[in-house]
Design a protein around this ligand. Structure first.
Ligand code: 13P
Ligand code: SF4
Length: 307
């Protein structure tokens, strides 16, 4: 059955000159099928270079929007229109616009996990892969508002000595990981290092031996000499970690003792069946008003230039 779906998807891709871009948080079978798999930055960079007529974005809505902004003349399809993001949803454009009125002298740095309308209100977009690099290129006395992730913002403040004003948003996956779960894993697996995504809370990051974006965490497990890791992030990345280092062990930090729910419910809405369906019917197309495309392209292009 799965084999038939994969054969059909590949046939449709060739017939329609389509590509599939997938985030590392997709289920393993989608990662295996995709033409390109990456973190948010790599996917934006890949989207900028796409030659195909159709992009199927196996990720969440803001990522598909970003691909559309970078490719206004291409058809961008998302397998499930409900694949949103709790972090992007924690920052509505109307509320953010009001918030920014309090900080007229500040420039606005926005994590890519935000709607196109919030991107329009921003000066530079960042991802977890390039945030430190971009902040370090700004003058030391530059006043900055950072949105929407308070944990990533606090991490950047601590790492750079800045005092960015933070929007109070968070990701439901990373924000629920607690130090208690890590202590329990550390008791079970002594001397195993903790690696964590900067969307995790401060106390979790303080315990971490390495902090990085999804791509940085993956790279670290490839080059580091340890044989096992406690991993504080979304579970989808474990597929690539195991693939790159089949002899290493990875222990995912559970949200709590009764729940292993560190899957992003939105990322996991995408399935092979839904990819086949949107390719077949060309439904679930991303549409964005021209003026929003033009205005949000500016801060996105600044990010790509500064990365
Ligand atoms: P990165 O892909 O930049 O690591 O971000 C993680 C994430 O939460 C994506 O939604
Ligand atoms: Fe959004 Fe968090 Fe899911 Fe990433 S993992 S898409 S930040 S809800």
């Amino acid at each position: 059955m799965k084999k038939n779906i994969i054969t059909n998807i590949n046939r449709l891709k060739t017939e329609k000159n389509a590509v599939i871009l997938a985030h590392y948080y997709q289920v393993a079978e989608i990662q295996e099928l995709a033409d390109f798999v990456g973190d948010s930055l790599a996917l934006a960079q890949a989207a900028e270079k796409v030659q195909a007529d159709i992009i199927v974005f196996a990720g969440v809505h803001f990522m598909a929007e970003t691909a559309k902004i970078l490719n206004p003349n291409k058809k961008v399809l998302i397998p499930d229109m409900n694949a949103g993001c709790s972090l992007a949803d924690s920052c509505s454009a109307d509320e953010f616009e009001l918030f920014l009125k309090k900080y007229p002298e500040h420039i606005v740095l926005t994590y890519v996990n935000a709607s196109a309308r919030v991107k329009v209100l921003s000066d530079i977009i960042v991802t977890s892969s390039n945030a430190l690099k971009i902040v370090n290129q700004l003058p030391a006395n530059q006043k900055i508002v950072f949105a929407p992730d308070r944990n990533l913002g606090a991490y950047i403040n601590a790492a750079t000595g800045r005092n960015m004003v933070l929007w109070n948003g968070s990701c439901h996956v990373h924000d629920q990981l607690e130090t208690e779960s890590i202590i329990n894993l550390k008791l079970k697996y002594p001397n195993v290092p903790l690696i964590a995504h900067p969307e995790c809370k401060g106390p979790v990051l303080e315990m971490a031996d390495f902090i990085g974006s999804t791509q940085a965490l993956l790279n670290f497990t490839k080059i580091d000499n340890n044989q096992s890791y406690i991993v504080a992030t979304e579970g989808g990345i474990i597929h690539q970690m195991k693939k790159a280092s089949p002899n290493k062990s990875f222990f995912v930090v559970p949200a709590n003792e009764t729940c292993n729910c560190n899957d992003c419910i939105y990322m996991k809405m995408n399935t092979l069946e839904k990819i086949e369906h949107v390719l077949e019917t060309e439904t679930n197309e991303i549409f964005i008003d021209d003026e929003i495309i033009i205005a949000s392209l500016k801060p996105l292009k600044r990010m790509l230039q500064m990365s």
